[in-house]
Design a protein around this ligand. Structure first.
Ligand code: MTE
Ligand code: HPA
Ligand code: MOS
Length: 774
């Protein structure tokens, strides 16, 4: 084993930059390939009275149109709850719900036929609001409550009690590569599936049910995704099965790669939440009690929402220790596309609410929020409401951020700016984050790897990990190269394939590198243990003295002439196996949902972000001047990839909090259905400065090579932008109380700046403002 190079570039960087990387749409197609397109319900809720396919079927180049009647197995794709049909039968539950699947000789012909499908619908009452759903008893699973201490008695000890509501909107995944699949018929009823999925096994498992084919005949293959962000953990499945259904009947290759507008309309997004909070503090600003009620907008089917809901509860106290907590969450069924996993997986939604509660308390007490935040940071040994104890101090990152970035200086500069500017105001916020690593469903925390050493000394690695831009293949390569102590160029990470690696968990929960990387380590170690006796025999020494280093065999710290390649070849000649299939499952974790207590996470990731923004108080627009982060990496194994994850996650979080506004009308129709009406951060709206300090912490952890998971946690730093903007608004209009309603779009900012109380509160500057613009 040798040390890895933490400065290694992403192995895909060159091919990405040159446009040579292969995505689903880059695959050469087989002759005779047909093209699919789904017809989605035009209404959000109703009964199908009549479906007329006759005109569409007569269109040129249309081969066949499939409906639920063509399904050979069971029309069911629900993962956690069996409540989701692949193709609608008599009831329509959301606008865009797939009803029929057209297969034609060209994409154009398939899309043209869609327009000729006629459907008569008897409308039913449409619910878009989770609170209405809860009132009407439309709950997907029974409510869940996490509790610690006793809030009822704790309120009596509180000096201050504040209540309020908080809203977070959904978020469109907007992976650059839309959903899609390509299916091919093989012999003996086998189907090969190329799918843009985070969960190859999820595709395989549900396809087996729908088509009534055993899983061993469904080969799902993934080279990489052009982004997933959670949107392809469960929701890649339907498109793959639709193609496979057509392949099954027609014995032809079938491809469907969704148009961006189809993808936006038909797929679920981050779950919007509407929440109530109540927070109680003693006179020293210790948070004694916290109650929260979360109304999660799940959409029309469970999908992953029950698991997302659970993570909201896990993270409802974010990075703070609160001795008395009672948090309840409702999984509300509405007539929107089923919402799903999205980076953070419910955690961000939970954290936003406690940050809102703290901001509300700070407003009322007339103090900056950070005084409350800092006072209540988790300490080692503090118990979370779910029973696990914190193994680190949240103030490590916080204090480091304060010192390193010279918070006193920042505050002085911001104060000076605000006192000399009328039309522009700056705001600062702190955002501490504590995020648990592991799938919250314990059984999912397992992975496998298949490692082959070839006779030329090169190494091939397969795992269940899916590369979606997060750099997991590079990390897997680093692990294998370091285990064998060979040059990285000697290792190739192979595609993810259900015939090579079975029963995979989706690449999600930020745990992909940990789980699959540990399996790679185990496999490599087993091969090395078999090579050592071979080397010992060749060198006439005992195997304890043998080391493999830099592609040579070493004995007792001295390099010999025996090369890695000679050793491997000799082992082959001696008929020693050069391949290993290994399994890893995370030790120590457990969770008992019947009492909502356990130790669900392998470890927690901590960090703190300081955000500084400038609001243009005339227009309501704003800029993020800087985000300064201290992030606990344990010990990063790849600084370039990890920095990319921090920057990307942060910007995605800022987008969610500030500009990405999903709008459904009362009829459940998506109004923000294109990039003209749904604004995401572009290069001009990213923070002008992103400072990142890699905090190295020495405590042992269960992360791969002690390099803590980094995929999701940084998204939550973006929450800081919301509160910094809110603080800037209050600099302009001290009596403004901007609602805890994200995203805080320029429209909302403007309304807050000039809320009714404005004129009375700052007459001088208001006059100056008017004067300046006369
Ligand atoms: N980074 C890129 N570039 N593309 C993605 O799709 N997905 C995020 C995060 N970072 C994503 C990404 C999400 S939602 C998760 S859970 C993790 O990566 C998954 O990968 P990991 O487990 O290897 O961190
Ligand atoms: N995170 C992401 N995906 C998941 C999880 C989780 O905790 N549980 C089930 N799927
Ligand atoms: Mo990530 S939301 O766990 O795919």
């Amino acid at each position: 084993m040798k040390n890895i190079d933490p400065g290694m570039k992403n192995i895909d960087s060159f091919t990405h930059a040159r446009g040579e990387s292969i995505y689903l749409d880059d695959m050469p197609l087989l002759e005779g390939t047909l093209f699919g397109a789904a017809f989605g319900s035009p209404e959000a809720h109703g009964k199908v009275l009549h479906l007329d396919l006759s005109e569409a079927e007569k269109m040129k180049d249309v081969v066949r149109i499939f409906t639920y009647k063509d399904i050979p197995g069971i029309n069911q794709i629900g993962g956690i709850v069996p409540d989701e049909l692949l193709l609608a039968e008599n009831l329509l539950h959301f606008n865009g719900m797939p009803v029929a699947f057209v297969v034609a000789k060209s994409v154009k012909a398939a899309q043209a036929a869609i327009k000729k499908i006629k459907i008569d619908i008897e409308p039913l009452h449409i619910i878009t609001d989770p609170r209405e759903a809860k009132e009407k008893g439309e709950l997907i699973i029974p409510p869940r409550t996490f509790k610690i201490g006793n809030t009822e008695t704790a309120w009596q000890q509180c000096q201050h009690i504040f209540e309020g509501t908080a809203e977070t909107n959904g978020q469109e995944h907007l992976y650059i590569e839309t959903q899609g699949a390509y299916t091919l018929p093989l012999e003996h009823g086998t189907i090969k599936v190329y799918s843009s999925t985070q969960g190859p096994t999820a595709v395989q498992r549900h396809m087996a049910v729908v088509l009534n084919i055993p899983m061993h005949r469904l080969e799902v293959e993934v080279t990489r995704l052009g982004g997933g962000f959670g949107g392809k953990e469960d929701q890649a499945t339907s498109w793959a099965i639709l193609c496979a259904l057509a392949t099954y009947h027609l014995k032809k290759p079938v491809k469907y790669s969704l148009h961006r507008l189809e993808d936006m309309r038909m797929t679920g997004k981050r779950n919007p939440y509407s929440s109530d909070f109540k927070i109680g503090l003693d006179k020293n600003l210790n948070i004694l009690a916290y109650e929260a009620t979360f109304y999660q907008n799940a959409g029309a089917a469970a999908d992953l929402s029950p698991a997302v809901l659970e993570r909201t509860l896990f993270h409802c106290t974010n990075s703070y220790f609160v001795p008395n907590v009672s948090a309840t969450a409702f999984c509300c069924r509405t007539n929107l596309p089923p919402n799903t996993a999205f980076r953070g997986f419910g955690g961000p939604q939970g954290m936003f609410v406690i940050e809102a509660a703290i901001a509300k308390a700070a407003d009322e007490l007339g103090i900056p929020a950070y005084k409350i935040q800092k006072k209540n940071l988790l300490k080692t040994g503090d118990e979370f409401p779910y029973g696990q104890k914190a193994a680190s101090e949240a103030n490590e990152c916080w204090n480091k951020a304060e010192q390193l970035y010279e918070i006193d200086k920042i505050e002085r500069e911001v104060a000076a700016f605000n006192s000399t500017n009328i039309l522009f105001k700056k705001g600062i916020s702190f955002m501490p984050v504590c995020f648990g690593i592991s799938f919250t469903k314990t059984l999912m925390n397992q992975a496998r790897a298949l490692v082959h050493v070839y006779t030329d000394g090169s190494v091939g690695v397969s795992t269940g990990a899916v590369e979606m831009g997060q750099g997991v293949n590079t990390k897997m390569l680093q692990v294998a190269a370091s285990m064998f102590s060979v040059d990285p160029s000697k290792v190739k990470i192979h595609s993810t394939n259900t015939f090579r690696i079975a029963n995979t968990s989706p690449s999600a929960a930020s745990a992909t590198a940990d789980l699959n990387g540990k399996a790679v380590q185990i496999a490599c170690k087993a091969i090395i243990e078999r090579l050592k006796p071979v080397a010992a025999e060749m060198l006439q020494t005992n195997q304890e003295a043998i080391q493999i280093k830099n592609e040579f065999v070493w004995t007792g710290n001295k390099q010999t002439d025996l090369t890695w390649q000679q050793l491997v070849l000799t082992a082959y000649i001696k008929r020693i196996s050069l391949s290993e299939h290994a399994h890893y499952s995370t030790p120590q974790i457990n969770f008992d949902a019947s009492i909502e207590k356990g130790h669900p996470f392998a470890y927690h990731v901590f960090g703190t972000a300081i955000t500084i923004v400038t609001v243009d108080c005339l227009r309501g627009i704003y800029e993020v001047d800087a985000v300064k982060i201290v992030h606990d990496f344990g010990s990063t194994m790849n600084t370039i990839i990890d920095r990319g994850q921090i920057e990307g996650g942060l910007v995605q979080g800022i987008g969610w909090m500030t500009m990405e506004e999903i709008v459904f009308d009362k009829e459940g129709t998506l109004r923000s259905n294109a990039l003209s009406t749904y604004k995401v951060p572009d290069i001009y709206s990213v923070p002008k400065i992103i400072d990142l300090h890699f905090l190295e912490t020495s405590k042992d952890n269960l992360a791969i090579m002690r390099s803590k998971a980094v995929g999701e946690p940084p998204l939550m730093y973006g929450i800081g932008a919301f509160f910094a903007i809110r603080n800037a608004i209050k600099e302009f209009n001290p009596t403004a109380t901007p609602a805890f309603s994200a995203p805080i779009t320029p429209e909302k900012v403007l309304l807050s700046l000039y809320s009714k109380s404005y004129k009375g509160s700052q007459p001088e500057s208001f006059k100056a403002l008017i004067k300046e613009h006369e």
